[in-house]
Structures are given as C-alpha cells and as structure tokens.
Design a protein around this ligand. Structure first.
Ligand code: AMP
Length: 283
C-alpha cells in the first residue's frame, strides 16, 4: 500500500493512473477502522475499480462538540495494518493544513430541508463541515466511485444532493449496507467508549429497529414511533435524541406509509454519553 500525506504527491500519482485509464474507488473515513470501513474497501475492490483509495482524516470542522473531537480514537498504526492486510492500494493521510489551505474556497451549498432534521438539528454545523471535507477530498481524488455507509443515512442523502449541485454526475455514489457486531449493534469507531453495561444494552437499538420493521403492516408511522420509543425505554435506553420515520429521499417525516416510495426509520440513542446512530429501511 502506498501512503500519501501531501495533496500534490497524491494528485501526481493518481494523474498517471488516470492517464492509463485506471478507475478509482474512494472510501473517505475518520480512521479507527473497523469492519464497517473495511467492507466499503472490499466493495470497491469487488466492483472492479482498478485502484482503491482510503482517506483517514479526522475533520475538525464537522465536530460541533470539542470533547467528542478530543476523544475521537486515532489508532493509526493499527489502521495501516488493517488496510495493508486487505490490500488497499492507497492511503491518503493528510494534515489539517493540507485539507484546508488558506487559498481553498468551499462552495456554499444549500441543502434545503435535508440538513435541518435529525443529525442536522442536533449538531449545528456538522453537515456544513462534512460537506466541506467531502467536497475537498473528491476534488483531490477525483474518483469514479465513492463508497459511503448506510449507517450515516442522512450523510449519504446530503452527499448525493451535493454531487447534484456540483453537477459531478461522473462520480457514482454507492451506499453500502450497515455492518454490525454479532449482537446487532452497528459498528462505530465510538463504540470503544461504551462501558460494559452500556455495551450490553446497546444491542436493543438494532433490535428495536428490526422489531419495528415487523410492525409496519399493523401500525401507522406515528404509532410505530410511539411503540419504538416505549420499547427502547423498556430496555433502559432512555436518552433518545430522536427516532424518526422518514421519506428516504427527502428525509422528512411521513404520516402514512404511502407518502413515499422508500421509507426508513432513523434513530440516535445516547448510551454512556456516546451517540449511537442506527437505521433500517422499512420499505
Ligand atoms: P467515519 O469514519 O465514521 O466517518 O465513517 C467512514 C465511512 O464508513 C462512512 O461512509 C460511514 O457511513 C461508513 N461506516 C461507518 N460505520 C459503518 C458500519 N457499521 N457499516 C457500514 N458503513 C459504516
């Protein structure tokens, strides 16, 4: 695996590959890699991209909570080992100055209602910061395909919208399924911060979503939300930042199951002060 820390070096290398018609799959991450991240890399490899690039960059601009930024795990040696073991071709490991040089200007994206709900409502500035880094990374890497996880459901919808605003239809956005621990908890770099007791009850988040999916035929969206909230409470999960049943495209809550062609339930539950995101596609 090749490791690049500087934008100019990575760009020069990718330019030569592009000239020989190599296709590039790109997986942006913040590191502390787990199987969820590695699955995205495998998906890029299996889709036949000639080159798979992974970036690790803990983007300060998308952290609304300074403590969360400080506590974010950064096990870079282990990350390099994991990427090497699955034969990732390139790791891009830039500094903050490489990503945000003084002369760099990010377009002012308007995501309409997409970034006003759920994570957007809970974490002011988060999606603006996320869009800035994804835009910058895409400008640098210029991939053919971009791989992102369904775990960050709203993030994928916003990046899709950003690609439309930029008219970058030459980049195909691929949404990969959520990779889970054996008990169903969605894998996350933040899971290491859970206490043993918190870790034990965290499995009820995904269980709630699975059970909710089985009740779509018998309950209205509002009834299902009430049922899920009560079910989480019954399992000592009281700190629910939100549980929303939404139109998968617009991310707005729905009142009837016919209101959208695709519907998802998205939730964030706080356990030991850690925000655990999860979702399921209901229809
Ligand atoms: P992060 O490092 O948390 O910014 O995540 C980098 C990418 O990995 C994002 O596209 C995430 O949605 C994706 N990802 C994180 N956790 C998972 C998971 N458990 N399953 C699938 N994709 C994931």
């Amino acid at each position: 695996m090749l490791l690049f820390k500087r934008v100019v070096d990575l760009q020069a290398h990718l330019q030569t590959l592009r000239q020989s018609n190599k296709t590039i799959g790109f997986v942006p991450t913040m590191g502390a890699l787990h199987d969820g991240h590695l699955q995205l890399i495998r998906q890029s490899q299996e889709a036949g991209n000639d080159i798979t690039v992974c970036s690790i960059f803990v983007n300060p601009r998308q952290f609304d909570d300074k403590k969360d930024l400080e506590l974010y795990p950064r096990p870079i040696e282990q990350d390099i080992e994991k990427l090497t073991s699955i034969h990732c071709d390139i790791l891009f490991l830039p500094s903050v100055d490489e990503i945000y040089p003084n002369e760099w200007q990010t377009p002012d994206f308007d995501f309409g209602e997409l970034d006003k709900t759920m994570e957007g409502a809970q974490r002011p500035g988060h999606f603006k910061g996320m869009a800035q880094v994804v835009h910058r990374l895409l400008w640098i890497v210029q991939p053919n395909r971009l791989y992102m996880g369904q775990k960050d459901f709203q993030q994928v919808a916003i990046v899709k919208n950003m690609l439309q605003q930029l008219d970058w239809s030459h980049i195909e956005l691929v949404r990969a399924p959520i990779v889970r621990e054996a008990d169903g908890l969605a894998m996350s770099s933040r899971n290491v911060r859970l206490s043993p007791a918190g870790r034990a009850k965290a499995k009820y988040i995904s269980q709630t979503l699975r059970e909710a999916a089985e009740r779509v035929a018998s309950l209205s969206p509002a009834q299902l939300k009430a049922w899920a909230t009560a079910y989480l409470h019954d399992h000592q999960l009281e700190n629910i930042d939100y549980f929303e049943i939404i139109n998968s495209d617009t991310l707005q809550t729905i009142e009837t199951w016919d209101a959208a062609p695709s519907v998802a339930a998205c939730t964030v539950v706080r356990v030991d002060g850690v925000r655990l995101l999860d979702n399921i596609i209901l229809k």
